[in-house]
Design a protein around this ligand. Structure first.
Ligand code: NAD
Length: 244
């Protein structure tokens, strides 16, 4: 199936686990893809837009840069994210700036710049990567949960506010996914990531932790015309596992 022939898509976090799967699958379905991340040298994409999302000027300009590089813009995937672990009392000012900057401020800036570009064209779709943990908080990740809740709320608000412009804005909300984000967390805490992932998989009703492709499939659905009546939806992709 080729759902995205000649569609132009910007993907942030394109070098990461979920982002690289999204970029690969969009390309395979005919899209032209602008890959944004700190280092995109090894990513197969139509255009490479490296930079730091903590730089407001970079985030503000990304939609315009993608539009210029691709010859138009139809789809934005705000997927980059960082996770900080711990209760509020263990959270530093640097953690605050990093998490709010990457998980909330950058998607806000990108959406604010992208919406007029999409509206001036044929409309389009924005898909944000939030998290189940932004819908129902889990323990020891206060800042992460709060940033994902903020992104989920922003998605619901923008989904309502911009539907009349032909722009659909939705979010995917994964539970645990087998990516460098999850693996690095295990390594930092002294666990073997393969063993820890296998054990974690036993806590998921479908019997395994999600792959990046499991999440990317839902992102592509939300970006596609099949989701043409979805605006402001927060779609949980959790293998049947609640946040606990
Ligand atoms: N892995 C999980 O269990 C899980 C669960 C729920 C939600 N998510 C969300 O999914 C999204 C993708 O995460 P992932 O699991 O693929 O992790 P990942 O660490 O593999 O990918 C995240 C990407 O974001 C990029 N990024 C981070 N800070 C950046 C910055 N300042 N400037 C530019 N790029 C930056 C990183 O370089 C990285 O390539 C994130 O928003 C994450 O919060 C992940």
């Amino acid at each position: 199936m080729v759902r995205f022939q000649d569609k132009k898509a910007l993907v942030t976090g394109a070098s990461g686990g979920i982002g690289s799967a999204i970029a690969r699958m969009l390309l395979a379905e005919g899209a032209r893809v602008a890959a944004a991340d700190r280092d995109v040298a090894d990513i197969n994409a139509t255009a490479h837009l490296p930079g730091d999302l903590l730089d407001p000027a970079y985030a503000d300009d990304l939609p315009n840069a993608a539009h210029d590089a691709l010859g138009g813009l139809d789809i934005i995937i705000n997927n980059a994210g960082v996770i900080t672990r711990g209760a509020v009392t263990e959270t530093s000012d640097d953690d605050w700036r990093l998490s709010l900057g990457v998980n909330v401020e950058a998607p806000f800036r990108i959406c604010r710049a992208a919406i007029p570009i999409l509206a001036a064209g044929a409309g389009g779709a924005i898909v944000n990567t939030a998290s189940c943990w932004g819908l129902r908080p889990g323990p020891d990740h206060a800042l992460y949960c709060m940033t994902k809740a903020a992104l989920a709320s922003l998605t619901q608000c923008m989904g309502m506010d911009h539907a009349h412009q032909g722009i659909r804005i939705n979010a995917v909300c994964p539970n645990e996914v087998d990516t460098p984000m999850l693996r690095t967390g295990f390594i930092k805490r002294g666990f073997d990531p393969d063993t820890a992932l296998a054990e974690l998989g036993q806590t998921v009703p479908v019997g395994r932790v999600a792959s990046a492709g499991d999440i990317a499939e839902v992102v592509l659905f939300l970006a596609s015309d099949a989701a043409r009546y979805m605006c402001g939806a927060l779609v949980e992709v959790n293998g049947g596992k609640p946040v606990s």
